[in-house]
Design a protein around this ligand. Structure first.
Ligand code: SPD
Length: 369
């Protein structure tokens, strides 16, 4: 192993960390190849200053349907920066771009469990808090999370849950738990997320286990359950399922809370529930890739999103919870931070340790089955 790679640990450990972050083995291997060509970040890495005149351009890569209609145009007008705004459907898609050299992106939006993997891989640069003057607006629950305690590399953006989005006019009874996906009367009218951590995690919760289970017997059972429900599924679909819920082609979907709220604006018969057995809570972050060509403009955008009015508009239009506490009071339909009752029912996805290889194999078998 080259000198510069020692800080990353073994290839196996690195792949394990990537896979627990939801990456496929192929992408994780590519990420390893990428980081082994780079110098790892020094242990006491300090941010470079992001103060000074802004660059003229900014390239943002974000999840689809995850910004307000006017956020970008208003930023462009106020700051005199031209923004290129592209979207993706999964963390894996975004990481593949970073691994391939960053594609010139200045801002990306990883989910919390992926942030430490990207930091360890040397793919993010530390944030310059001297220019993030609106940082104090963030809710401590998110800033203090172990994904990136204190926000050294990533800024909490929005949070949500994974649950059941369903058409109340197309189901005989409101679904209450994960067993709905095994209901033969819904054959061909149900979908699950195209994400191994979400699907196997849901099957684990169904049987009363953690979404971070590492017990091989529990995991084998989760695979069997996923294969059991698979013939009932129309497809594995993520955010794009909204259209099929609205059209009525899908009656029940495993879906994220905010995307469900967006669909509800177009079809009032769509309901949402967090299954009785529990589910996933997630936070997505905004981060600046190490390869970002426009780091000052990127920081200006982050500080802009930290304004309460901007964060409120984004949260209101996307249906997610703002990580920005000062935004909540400005929202016509506020999404309060998770309370004790919700936190008892949901779990953040965490490192799976040596069980990561098993998770990856089982999800591959489910997809192939
Ligand atoms: N349309 C935006 C969706 C954002 C979902 N990100 C979180 C994924 C957690 N598994």
């Amino acid at each position: 192993m080259r000198e510069g790679c020692r800080a990353l640990g073994s290839r196996r450990e690195f792949l394990r960390a990537c896979l627990q972050g939801g990456l496929s083995l192929g992408t994780a291997s590519a990420l390893w190849s990428c980081v082994t060509r780079r110098e790892p970040p020094p242990v006491d890495e300090r941010p470079r200053s992001a103060a000074g005149p802004l660059e003229h351009d900014l390239r943002i890569f974000n999840w689809s349907d995850y910004i307000a209609a006017d956020t970008i145009s208003r930023f462009e007008r106020e700051f005199g920066v031209r923004v290129t705004y592209d979207t993706y459907e999964s963390n894996e898609e975004m990481v593949a771009k970073l691994v391939a050299g960053g594609d010139g992106y200045d801002i990306v939006a990883p989910t919390g469990y992926l942030v430490p993997v990207l930091v360890e891989g040397g793919l993010l640069q530390p944030l310059d808090h001297a220019v993030l003057t609106n940082w104090a607006n963030l809710v401590p629950l998110f800033v203090d999370d172990e994904a990136d305690r204190g926000g050294r590399y990533a800024m909490p953006y929005q949070w949500g849950t994974t649950g059941l989005a369903y058409r109340r006019d197309l189901v005989a009874a409101s679904p209450r738990g994960w067993a709905v996906f095994a209901d033969p009367s819904l054959r061909g009218a149900v979908t699950m997320l195209d994400d191994g951590r979400e699907v196997l995690g849901a099957m684990l919760k169904w049987r009363g286990h953690s979404v971070n289970a590492v017990d091989p017997r529990q995991l084998e059972r989760a695979k069997e359950d996923a294969l059991l429900v698979k013939p009932n599924l129309r497809a594995y679909l993520s955010a794009t399922v909204k259209g099929q819920l609205i059209s009525g082609d899908v009656a029940v979907a495993q879906l994220w809370s905010g995307d469900t709220r967006q669909a509800q604006l177009e079809e009032e018969r769509i309901e949402y529930t967090v299954p009785a057995e529990g589910s996933v809570l997630f936070t997505d972050y905004l981060a600046v890739p190490r390869s970002a060509p426009n780091r000052r403009a990127a920081h200006a955008f982050l500080n802009y999103v930290l304004r309460p009015a901007v964060a409120a508009e984004i949260a209101e239009q996307t249906g997610y919870g703002p990580a920005n506490g000062a935004a909540i009071a400005l929202m016509p339909h506020p999404v309060e931070p998770p309370d004790e009752e919700l936190l008892r029912r949901v779990e953040f996805q965490r490192d799976l340790g040596p069980a990561t290889d098993l998770w990856d194999r089982l999800w591959t078998e489910v997809k192939a089955g």
